[in-house]
Write a protein that binds this ligand. Structure first.
Ligand SMILES: [Fe+2]
Ligand SMILES: [Fe+2]
Length: 232
């Protein structure tokens, strides 16, 4: 897909890639753009246009990854965006997925033990994901903000490398969950409801992968470089 530039109409951004709807919301941008360009909408909402473009293009083309460009933005800007994404997962995506899963369970007539196993698997996955998001919100992000504010390394030696090791691979579990359903589950549920549930999992997986890519390749890289500078 062609990359977006600041002269493009904001409405064309959504027409060309509707999966960006929640992404623009995380920036505080809402629909009703009229004929305004991306640059105009960003200016009105007090958003750094280059940062906005780097993010939406990252989601639009998986081969586009403006590491050099994104590395030049303040980690505080990135953290703000990442925190909004966490909130979107916790308050909207996870409850929505759970609601769909409950509908699938309700649609099962008999011998629903494998579906119940899927439900248990999902609950475990959710607990792990929530723990991961909490770790980032309560430990990783405050550590980074503090580091940039005081420009001083923590005396107890806590560096991002320690935190990065705790970065569990929740993406793998999500992929296992999908594969379990697609390959092994007896189809004793309503097909349309299951399709809706699976579609939500696929969308979430894509969003989560892009999110993790930004954290691992951009944020962590920036912080490691900054820590190295401070150690000099
Ligand atoms: Fe995160
Ligand atoms: Fe993460």
């Amino acid at each position: 897909m062609e990359l977006f530039s600041q002269e493009d109409k904001m409405s064309s951004l959504i027409s060309r890639n509707y999966t960006l709807l929640p992404v623009i919301n995380r920036f505080g941008i809402r629909l009703g753009f009229k004929e305004k360009t991306i640059a105009e909408v960003c200016r009105e909402n007090d958003i750094n246009t280059d940062f906005f473009l780097a993010i939406v293009n990252t989601y639009t083309d998986e081969n586009y990854f403006p590491e050099a460009e994104l590395l030049s933005f303040s980690p505080v800007l990135l953290i703000d965006y990442l925190k909004n994404t966490h909130r979107y997962y916790i308050e909207y995506v996870l409850p929505k997925i759970e609601q769909l899963l409950n509908q699938v369970l309700l649609s099962c007539k008999d011998n629903c033990s494998s579906l119940k196993m899927i439900s248990t698997f999902y609950q475990k996955y959710k607990a792990e994901l929530l723990l991961h998001l909490q770790l980032e919100d309560e430990k990783v992000f405050p550590y980074i903000i503090d580091l940039y504010k005081h420009k001083k390394l923590n005396t107890n030696g806590s560096s991002i490398e320690v935190i990065e090791n705790e970065h569990t691979n929740v993406e793998v579990k999500l992929s296992d969950l999908k594969s379990l359903i697609i390959r092994h589950m007896p189809p004793n549920y309503d097909d349309n409801t299951m399709n809706e549930f699976l579609t939500a999992l696929f969308q979430f997986e894509n969003d989560l992968n892009d999110h993790a890519r930004i954290e691992d390749h951009i944020l962590i890289t920036q912080v490691l470089e900054f820590e190295k500078e401070l150690r000099k």
